[in-house]
Ligand binder design. Sequence first.
Ligand SMILES: [Zn+2]
Length: 213
Amino acid sequence: MSELPKLSTRSLAPPALGARPSRGETEQAVRTLLLWAGDDPTREGLRETPARVARAFEDWFAGYAMDPEEYLSRTFEEVEGYDDMVVLRDIRFESHCEHHLAPIIGRVHVGYLPTNRVVGISKLARVVEAYAKRLQVQEKMNAQIARCIQKVLEPKGVAVVIQAEHQCMTTRGVHKPGVSMVTSTMLGDFRKNPLTRREFLSVIGNPASSAGD
Ligand SMILES: [Zn+2]
């Protein structure tokens, strides 16, 4: 039995949960989608498309191989007692909705109130990237980013606001171009203290900052 080639055992059984298909299987699946679209996968212009799509998936979904908590593990403690708000705004991201595989493109604004340690600002952008480059729902991604920062940095509070356009909404279905969805997660002081929350919203230039006064 040991000489049984690996490939044939795999092709007999469905892949185990979490197992990845081979590149060949992935390219075959893209050919099926091209046929489903109504085109001919063997024509010149489409011949390399399955391989390109497989490579594009490696980019778009690179987040599964990233560990966002790891990015925040290196912190700086010499901040001369700085304990005011740290805000990183307009972090552009590209993601894909888990319902249609359609792009979600937008910006994330992150704020936190450090206790005695801060993190390099590029690391916050890396956390956003790690969650964005997965199949997502905006609300879930919002909560994941906030909880990750809360868990690793243990600040007095975390605020995350995401504004994004969902191409499954703008290019199909209800066809509403220009509509963006805004979600927010407020933890700790940002949730408890309306002044802190308002300060954050005004720093990120959110027109919703005066709402609810
Ligand atoms: Zn969608």
